[in-house]
Design a binder for this molecule. Structure first.
Ligand code: AP5
Ligand code: ZN
Length: 213
């Protein structure tokens, strides 16, 4: 399967994608995670992306299209993939279609994680992540066994630099202006499944499984 997950910041893309990935043996490609790794490693890509990310704006289409094109060619992604946080503009969606057309494949399903903006601040400001694995916790909704520590490795958890109420406002603005049109782009192709992303995590997983079956 070739899947896309679209939703605003904090809607649960990074929580649900690893579960779907394991169930369907897909590769999980999250442009935000890849960009954060590039920023941390101070690669040329990371240096170019950092300022936009810190301010909650999108990085340029060329940069993210480049990383996705490279990633979907990998052998581990040939059985299928789940794109988390990409495409985020109509241009990105068109570029992705061009690449998939050449391979004679297409996006099978777009999961639209619909949720009210009002819920997102609490989700974002309570989030803790384990950077090297991408494991995500929430101080209230998904707490680690020991506060501030990853359950699996015992390593420290961190908060994302863009997870403040102020930067969230810019991220939401970018979502409504630039990413919502992508949902319409895929609706015209008839591949969108709406998911009630405000429900508890397990119920969201059940909805996603139904949409994919
Ligand atoms: P990115 O990393 O993609 O961030 P985002 O879209 O803002 O999404 P988040 O990762 O914040 O939210 P999520 O939906 O994954 O939520 P999560 O599951 O963690 O992008 C970051 C930046 O990179 C962008 O701003 C941009 O600059 C750049 N970028 C990335 N892709 C780009 C692209 N294609 N083009 C241009 N620029 C790009 O959940 C959030 C919290 O809630 C967690 O604590 C979790 O435990 C909790 N939670 C999850 N589900 C539930 C639930 N059902 N109930 C209660 N709590 C829940
Ligand atoms: Zn995420």
């Amino acid at each position: 399967k070739r899947l896309v997950v679209i939703g605003p910041p904090g809607s649960g893309k990074g929580t649900q994608s690893p579960i779907i990935k394991d169930e369907y043996c897909l590769c999980h490609l999250a442009t935000g995670d890849m960009l954060r790794a590039a920023v941390a490693a101070k690669t040329p890509l990371g240096i170019k992306a950092k300022e936009a990310m810190d301010n909650g704006q999108l990085v340029s289409d060329d940069l993210v299209v480049g990383i996705i094109n490279d990633a979907i060619k990998k052998p581990s992604c040939q059985k299928g993939f789940i794109l988390d946080g990409f495409p985020r503009t109509v241009v990105q969606a068109q570029k992705l279609d061009e690449v998939l057309d050449k391979q004679g494949v297409k996006i099978d399903k777009v999961l639209n994680f619909a949720i009210d903006d009002a819920i997102l601040e609490e989700r974002i400001t309570g989030r803790w992540i384990h950077p090297s694995s991408g494991r995500t916790y929430h101080s209230k909704y998904a707490p680690p066994k020991v506060a501030g520590v990853d359950d699996v490795t015992g390593e420290p958890l961190i908060q994302r630099k863009d997870d403040t109420a102020a930067v969230l406002k810019s991220r939401l603005e970018a979502f409504h202006k630039q990413t919502e049109p992508v949902i319409d782009y895929y609706k015209k192709k008839g591949v969108v499944a709406d998911i009630h992303a405000e429900k508890p995590p397990k119920e969201v997983t059940v909805e996603v499984e139904k949409a994919l079956s």
